[in-house]
Every structure is written in structure tokens, then in C-alpha cells.
Design a protein around this ligand. Structure first.
Ligand code: GLC
Length: 608
């Protein structure tokens, strides 16, 4: 994977002038000229994951091949041609391992085979082989932080204090309920006069500590009671999990998405988390997350994991589920300038502003975080994502009630014209809405039952893929599927959108094709334009020698905006040839000197 650097058509000083405008709010760390210069430079590196479109599939909901109402591996194999046609380079399959399905697969009871409801190991081998024929790689979801309480490791560990797995999970004697300093919250979880050692809470509600009478001890679980945390201070645990990764890499998987990976370690002193005031949807006090997430100890494990993966040919990749507070924290997950940890920790700042301190999607917001990703990661490759199986779909999160279709297109344009590796979630290409249950008795996700009605769970973003207008939308032959097929499938489906030239599906296909074939989008640097504009995000993707630059202008406001983009600073003229626009009128534009963008309008053009 030799990296070759093109010195582009633009001279250094022009790029510095152009890129200098990329500085964002005073609050943002100001990149150095060298960092800005690097971001503006076209680079050519064929490493597959640097250009990939990775597509997340929730296995229960993509395609049911055997009529049981639940999606499966053979269903995915049947749909590979669709994924190839879309331009997908790799699939991340949410967990398909044997599981009691309390957290729909994120409670793994055996890491080394396939849950029978999704198929067999032979079906997985077939999926890997058929995908390979179509140049699609398969990545698995590696649930590193915890297992199911039905995993044989935990069953043994919980049986007494002296077994061979006694120290594979996080066990603690707790405190006497009468000890000084024990809070009222802890007292709610008293057993035999003992209470949890501290106030730590499960993300999914209640204490993070559960009592096991056979050991007269508590075990720690960051997530559901049925998801005990593994103890990474025990080298045997790390070895077992690394062996599992080898098992799957030997079968041909191209990499892993590491589930909940910032939570591998907890504070050894078990200090109480500080309360931040009020209670959450599950009725628990709101706490900081200082002592159970993103502890420094995790990085040594990531370095060793990277070394395991690096032994395999073909650039196997580690993708991280990394919700982090800022770009500086994200940078650490690459291993900083050493780049010896994850190749692709997810940048959740760009796509989930609501999780980055409740901010909203806007031109200044995206400009800031895209620039930071370009200039503050030591040249590492960013990974942008707007949708996944844990969050209300972006179609609804950013919908202003009037311009949902245009907003979906603008988001796709950010995702697919940026320099970052792109991660999509099934149905995102169609604008599938979130279909949240309206009655608690219909809810499948346990947090939606315990949190109702404040927290309705994650079923809404996990409904079956909408393939066509036939009953059950072509997802299943069963009249009753695990989650109902939303009624809007009649008109909102792959077949209908494939036939409509202005559909979101065709918008994605065009962007993906451009990203694959146009040198500026494939290899170009990024120079932000018109950086004081609070409504419109504009940038140019610089071009390698002999190729043409691409300019992108996205109105992220609900009112029409006229922009005047100065490409001279980037050493370019203002004459353009439109490539793609969200309204027909824009396709007639010949320059970007005075470009009228309708509300949430998107414009992508080649610079002449
Ligand atoms: C991750 C998964 C989520 C799961 C949790 C516990 O956040 O994406 O679906 O519930 O980890 O495994």
C-alpha cells in the first residue's frame, strides 16, 4: 500500500491562501499552516479502506430468505447485486453470533459461529465468497466489551470464586449498606446487607452492578444486566478475544467494527461518578462518564490488537464505535502520529451533533468539524457517519418539517464528497424514516419498555429494509416480521426509487460513482470556501495534476441563499460545469460567482 503524493496543479502559495480560509471559530484549535497545506494537497493512496463506502447491515432487518420473519445471511447474499450496484465496498454486519438476543445480538454467547436464526458457518463462508466476487468485503461487529450472561465463560465465572474463569469478568464484594458514604441510590440495590461498590449506572438503566448469590459478589455491566463486562486487566481475556478475531480473519473477513470499545476499562479505584443534575429517561441520576469510559488503559490493548490484524495480508481494518467529546480525543484512537491503533475510529462529531453537546447541524458546525478532521488527525483518514442502528435516522433528526428530501440530499453530499471514508446504514440511501412504535406493548428493544414513554427504544431505526411494493416489501414471505414493515413501503422502496431519476437512491448512486471515478473526489484535498457564511457550506476538492477540481456548495438553511465563491484564492477560475444539483435550475449554472441555492439546495460542479 505504497502512498504516492501528487504535487497538484496548484502552487503552494495559492493553496495556503485558499486553505487559510479554512480556519473556523476562535474556539476551534487553529491548524498550523503545514496542517492546512497537507489537507489541501491531493494524495494518492490506494489502500481500500481510505476510499471505501462501508454499509452497515442490521442482519435481522435486511432480507429474510427462509420466511421466518427475521433477516439472515442467505438473504444478504441474495441482495449482494443490489449492494454492488449501489457502489458499496464493504459491509459491516451487526452481530450475527449466537445470542439470547436480549440486545439483539450485542449479547454474544459464542464468538466463533453463527446464530442458527441467521444461518450457519457455511452460509457465512458463502456470503464472504460471493461478496468477494463482487469486490465487496465483509466486516464483523466485534463485541469486545462484554459477553452474554449465557456465554459459557460467564456461566463458569459466576459459579464460584475459584473456577478457571473466576477473574474473566469485573467482580467486586461491594460495600456494607451501613458503611459511611453509601448513597441512597446504591441502597436501592441492596442484597444480603451488601450494596454496589459505587454509584456507577448501566447505560440502559439501574445500577451497573448486579449481585450473584453463588459468589456473594457483584459483577459490573456497562449495558444490560445480561451483558457482563469482560475484565481486560486479565491477559487471558485479551488473548481469547484476539484468538476469536484470528478465527474470523482466517475465514476471510476484512475487518471489525469494535463495539462500545471506549468502555473496556473502569477506574481501578472505583471512584463515584459526579452527578450532573436531574434524572435520565430510565429514572436514574444523570452522571458524568469519567471513570467508566475512554480510560487511557484502552490504548495499549488497541495497539496490540492492531498488531494482530497487521499480521494478515490485505489491509484488514479496525473500525471503532467511538463517541468522543472532541477531535483531540478522536486523534488518540488512531494512536496519534504513531498511527498504531485503529485505522478508522468513527468520527461521531460530524454526523451526530446532537450527541456532541446537543448542537445542531449547520454550515459553521460542519465546517468546523470537517476542518478539524482534515487538520488535527496527523493526516489519518477520517470516517464520517450520519446513521446507525442506535439513533433516530438522520432523515428525522434533521428534518425541518418541510425540506426533508433536500436535507437528505445535502447530508449525502457531505458524506460522499468529503475526503473521509463513508459509512452508511441500510435504508439511508432511500430516506427510510424512523418508525417508532406507538404502543409500549409493541416495543422490542428493552430500553424502550423500561424507559417508555420518555425513551421509546431503538426499534424505529431497525425496521425491515423496503425493497419493493409487494406485501412485506419483498423483505419476507412471512406475514408477521420481527418488527413490522412500515406502511410507507408502498411508495418508499428500492424499486420505486430506482425508477425515479430524482430519487434519493439515484442521488446516492451518482455521488458514489463520482467519488469512485473523479480524481478530485477520490484523491483531492479539501479547501473550505466562503468561511464566514453561516448558512452555506462550500468547499473545493483540489485536483491531482491533469485532473479537474470539484466545487461543492450546500445550503444548510431553510431560506434561499446566494453565494459568491472565490476560487481564485485556490488558484482556480470561477467557470464550472455542474455535475449534480438538487434542483434543475442549478444545472444551468456556468459560474459560482453568483449562485442562487434554494432552501437546503445542493450543488456539485467541476471547475473548468
Ligand atoms: C453499542 C451498540 C448498541 C449496543 C451496545 C451494547 O453501542 O451499537 O446497539 O446496545 O453497544 O453492546
Amino acid at each position: 500500500m505504497a502512498a504516492k503524493h501528487f504535487v497538484g496543479a496548484l502552487c503552494l502559495s495559492a493553496m495556503l491562501v485558499g486553505a487559510g480560509g479554512a480556519q473556523t471559530s476562535a474556539a476551534a484549535v487553529t491548524p498550523t499552516p503545514a496542517e492546512l497545506h497537507a489537507a489541501a494537497m491531493p494524495t494518492h493512496d490506494d489502500t481500500w479502506w481510505k476510499h471505501a463506502l462501508v454499509y452497515e447491515i442490521y442482519p435481522r432487518s435486511f432480507q429474510d430468505s427462509n420466511g421466518d420473519g427475521v433477516g439472515d445471511l442467505n438473504g444478504m447474499t441474495q441482495r449482494l447485486d443490489y449492494l454492488q450496484g449501489l457502489g458499496v465496498d464493504a459491509i459491516w454486519i451487526a452481530p450475527m453470533f449466537p445470542s439470547p438476543q436480549v440486545d439483539f445480538g450485542y449479547d454474544v454467547s459464542d464468538f466463533l459461529t453463527v446464530d442458527p436464526q441467521y444461518g450457519s458457518l457455511a452460509d457465512m463462508d458463502k456470503l464472504i465468497a460471493e461478496a468477494k466476487k463482487r469486490k465487496i468485503r465483509i466486516c464483523l461487529d466485534w463485541v469486545v466489551n462484554h459477553t452474554s450472561d449465557k456465554h459459557k465463560w460467564f456461566e463458569e465465572s459466576a459459579s464460584n470464586r475459584t473456577n478457571s474463569k473466576a477473574d474473566w469478568y469485573v467482580w467486586n464484594d461491594g460495600k456494607k449498606a451501613t458503611d459511611a458514604g453509601v448513597g441512597t441510590y446504591q441502597k436501592k440495590f441492596e442484597h444480603d446487607g451488601m450494596v454496589p461498590p459505587n454509584n456507577w449506572e448501566s447505560v440502559f438503566g439501574g445500577s451497573a452492578w448486579t449481585w450473584v448469590p453463588a459468589r456473594k459478589q457483584f459483577y459490573y455491566h456497562k449495558f444490560y444486566v445480561q451483558q457482563p463486562d469482560l475484565n481486560y486487566r486479565n491477559p487471558a481475556v485479551e488473548k481469547a478475544m484476539f484468538d476469536g478475531m484470528r478465527f474470523w480473519m482466517d475465514r476471510g473477513v476484512a475487518g471489525f467494527r469494535l463495539d462500545a470499545v471506549p468502555t473496556l476499562f473502569e477506574d481501578p479505584q472505583l471512584r463515584d461518578e459526579a452527578e450532573t443534575g436531574g434524572v435520565n429517561a430510565q429514572g436514574d441520576p444523570n452522571l458524568k462518564d469519567t471513570y467508566t469510559s475512554n480510560l487511557a488503559d484502552v490504548h495499549a490493548v488497541m495497539q496490540r490488537m492492531r498488531a494482530v490484524v497487521a499480521k494478515y495480508p490485505g489491509d484488514r481494518v479496525l473500525i471503532g464505535e467511538t463517541y468522543l467529546p472532541n477531535t483531540a480525543a478522536l486523534e488518540e484512537w488512531y494512536g496519534g502520529s504513531r498511527r498504531d491503533e485503529l485505522q478508522l475510529p468513527m468520527d461521531m462529531l460530524v454526523g451526530f451533533p446532537d450527541r456532541a453537546g446537543g448542537k445542531t447541524l449547520s454550515a459553521p458546525y460542519l465546517r468546523q468539524y470537517i476542518t478539524e478532521a482534515e487538520t488535527e488527525l496527523h493526516g489519518s483518514q477520517p470516517l464520517f457517519v450520519f446513521d446507525n442502528h442506535d439513533n433516530e435516522r438522520s432523515h428525522d433528526r434533521y428534518n425541518d418539517g418541510t425540506h426533508a428530501a433536500e436535507i437528505d440530499k445535502a447530508i449525502a453530499a457531505v458524506l460522499l464528497t468529503s475526503k473521509a471514508t463513508a459509512l452508511m446504514y441500510y435504508g439511508e440511501e432511500l430516506g427510510m424514516p424512523t418508525s417508532t412504535p406507538t404502543r409500549v406493548e409493541d416495543v422490542k428493544d428493552p430500553i424502550g419498555v423500561t424507559g417508555w414513554p420518555k425513551e421509546k427504544g431503538r426499534d424505529g431505526e431497525r425496521t425491515p429494509m423496503q425493497w419493493d411494493g409487494s406485501p412485506q416489501s419483498g423483505f419476507s414471505s412471512n406475514g408477521k416480521t420481527w418488527l413490522p414493515v412500515p406502511g410507507n413501503y408502498v411508495s418508499l422502496n428500492v424499486a420505486a426509487e430506482a425508477a425515479d431519476p430524482s430519487s434519493l437512491l439515484n442521488w446516492h448512486k451518482k455521488l458514489i460513482a463520482m467519488r469512485r471515478t473523479m480524481p478530485a473526489l477520490h484523491d483531492g484535498g479539501v479547501v473550505m470556501l466562503d468561511t464566514a457564511n453561516s448558512n452555506v457550506l462550500s468547499y473545493v476538492r483540489t485536483a491531482p495534476a491533469g485532473a479537474k477540481a470539484v466545487v461543492v456548495s450546500l445550503n444548510l438553511s431553510g431560506t434561499p441563499q446566494t453565494v459568491s465563491l472565490d476560487l481564485k484564492g485556490a488558484g482556480l477560475g470561477s467557470a464550472v460545469t455542474p455535475l449534480l444539483a438538487s434542483s434543475d435550475g442549478l444545472m444551468g449554472a456556468t459560474t459560482v460567482e453568483s449562485l442562487m441555492l434554494p432552501a437546503y439546495g445542493s450543488f456539485v460542479a467541476q471547475v473548468k
